[in-house]
Design a protein around this ligand. Structure first.
Ligand SMILES: [Mg+2]
Length: 412
């Protein structure tokens, strides 16, 4: 089997996501995905990756992915974590796994080494349907504040608004769906005001409000994860974590930017908080450093930013060696979730699946032929070969689709 074509797919509505399809001379097509700075990723894939990939046998996925990392993209030393090159390589790597699974007639979790569990507990990241999947100028996310009056009506699954204005309703809705863990970011709004350098007592009290609302409404039946998005410097981050210490927070995610491991160690030492990190760490080398320093309690890498499933598997093994669980990031696109579920079903140290219900019940299902069902807060990987799903044929007929091919695109 040979790779004969590399195709990139992008749709205007979800312009932040880049899909990669690798076409083979046997008619099999492998699907991968990455996101952010899409045009740069697409240029890298066609200009640099495609000439190397065409003619290669996708079964040799480990050697191909290693060459993309160390030679073709020349990014092992020069362009580390989250670079355009690593993200392009990640999409290719996932497509290689999909192809290998299809060639073997086996799902990816079987290729990884089989199941450690039948189903995976999930948590809800309280974003909205447009979160992360559209290119926006400047800061990528919408920020809502209770300083502004709430909209007249907050619609179904508008969790970005609900976490700000009606957190108790949100927690109860999730529990009614069987989901007993949620992630919110009530302090981001204050970090954006002063570069994350300082937080006032009043702002801390305001940030605690949704957590108090949730605890008052549903008690400890709901686990709460706090996302800091790496927006804070260490001193205010420590103040926030200490203020949260009585609320039984499950984890504190990216409390500071992940370019300062010394301060992260200090955060952990002074707060005693459990640290989740990070989709902002790419490649095993960064996790080796983080685990060696003892500063990461839960590894939350993104398979489409860290180097694909191959690199995610190495990080997973490394985490396991350090007796730490994994909870891979998904707040982006459907292939990320499908790949995560294969890894989480396989990994002995798989903890919990990140999901966004407005994505899971929304564009994930319209883009793909299949997305796993959610049952009482649990989800399982698809059983079909490779990822277990393809693009829905109707999705590929969208009027806003942008496709580019290097080599030959043998099938539709
Ligand atoms: Mg995060």
């Amino acid at each position: 089997m040979k790779i004969i074509g590399l195709e990139t797919v992008q749709v205007e509505e979800f312009s932040n996501i880049v899909w990669v399809r690798l076409h083979t001379d046997e008619g099999l097509v492998g699907l991968g995905e990455t996101f952010r700075n899409p045009l740069a990723v697409i240029a890298y894939l066609h200009e640099t990756c495609a000439p190397y990939l065409l003619g290669k046998n996708p079964i040799d996925r480990t050697a191909i992915s290693r060459a993309l990392r160390d030679e073709v993209g020349n990014n092992f030393k020069g362009f580390p974590t989250r670079s355009v090159e690593i993200r392009g390589n990640s999409a290719v790597d996932i497509a290689l796994w999909d192809l290998c699974g299809k060639a073997a007639g086996q799902p990816i979790h079987t290729l990884l080494g089989g199941r450690s569990r039948e189903k995976i507990r999930m948590y809800n990241t309280c974003a909205n349907s447009e979160y992360n999947n559209k290119v926006r100028a400047g800061y990528n996310q919408q920020i809502f504040s209770r300083d502004e009056p709430p909209p007249a009506r907050i619609g179904r699954h508008e969790d970005l608004l609900l976490q700000v204005y009606e957190p108790a309703r949100l927690a109860q809705e999730l529990l009614d769906e069987g989901i007993s863990a949620m992630k919110i970011w009530p302090f981001d709004v204050f970090a954006r005001r002063n570069g994350g350098m300082h937080i006032t007592p009043q702002q801390i009290r305001e940030g605690l409000w949704p957590i108090e609302q949730i605890r008052n409404a549903v008690g400890d039946r709901m686990e709460i994860m706090i996302e800091y998005h790496g927006l804070w410097k260490a001193p205010p981050a420590i103040e926030i974590a200490n203020a949260l210490s009585d609320y039984g927070i499950t984890w504190h995610e990216d409390p500071i930017a992940l370019d300062n491991f010394s301060d992260l160690a200090e955060f952990r030492r002074q707060s005693g908080a459990r640290v989740a990190a990070s989709e902002n760490l790419g490649t095993t080398q960064w996790f080796r450093e983080a685990f060696t320093r003892g500063i990461v309690d839960v590894a939350t890498f993104d398979v489409t930013w860290t180097g694909g499933l191959s690199e995610a598997q190495r990080v997973t093994h490394l985490a396991d060696t350090f007796d730490r669980p994994i909870a891979p990031h998904d707040c982006t696109g459907p292939v990320t979730l499908l790949a995560n579920l294969h890894l989480l079903a396989h990994a002995p140290n798989g903890l919990i699946a990140e999901t966004v219900r407005s994505h899971l019940d929304g564009f994930y299902r319209t883009a793909m032929t299949d997305i796993p069902k959610v049952e009482n807060g649990y989800i399982a990987p698809l059983a079909g070969p490779g990822l277990g799903a393809e693009f829905d044929p109707e999705f590929l007929k969208r009027s806003d689709i942008l496709r580019r091919v290097s080599g030959v695109c043998a099938t539709q």
